[in-house]
Design a protein around this ligand. Structure first.
Ligand SMILES: [Fe+2]
Ligand SMILES: [Fe+2]
Length: 157
């Protein structure tokens, strides 16, 4: 049986990449921190594109979602996450040239902690509404088709 909720496993992979980015920051390895952040970004952007182009349109049209699960909230979070990642890439790439390195690094980690809270609220909202409601409303055949579309889209990258 096809299960849309299985797609949420990628959240763990994404979280782990961000942790590796932060670990590299802690070790002052800024080149590695940027490299992992770019890998994180590409994985996250692909995942958000799957949600925006494949899952959310069906959810928006067919799910009887409450206000707390409104599609706009998911799109707005994604936009915020994209702009945070741009900022983190910029800050991480500037890090080697910083004269007050300790202070700037602590500021970055502080912003990243705020961002991680946003992400965890976002993931929880998806786990509470988007994924289980799709599993509840789609037929097994429709779930297979949705999972195939995600796989095909992912294969293009
Ligand atoms: Fe999302
Ligand atoms: Fe997600």
């Amino acid at each position: 049986m096809a299960v849309i909720t299985d797609l949420m496993k990628v959240h763990k992979v994404i979280d782990e990449l961000f942790f590796e980015h932060q670990r590299a920051l802690l070790h002052f390895d800024f080149e590695k921190a940027l490299r992992i952040l770019i890998a994180y970004e590409s994985t996250l952007l692909n995942h958000m594109a799957d949600e925006e182009s494949i899952l959310l349109p069906v959810y928006e049209e067919r799910a009887d979602f409450p206000a707390a699960g409104s599609p706009k909230l998911f799109y707005d979070d994604h936009a915020k996450m994209r702009s945070y990642i741009e900022l983190f890439k910029q800050k991480t790439s500037e890090m080697p040239a910083e004269s007050e390195l300790d202070r700037v690094l602590l500021q970055l980690l502080d912003r990243e902690a705020f961002y991680l809270r946003l992400c965890s609220h976002h993931d929880r909202r998806e786990a509470d509404f988007l994924y289980p409601m799709l599993d509840g409303l789609l037929s097994d055949k429709e779930k297979h088709e949705m999972l195939d579309r995600v796989r095909l889209r992912g294969g293009k990258h």
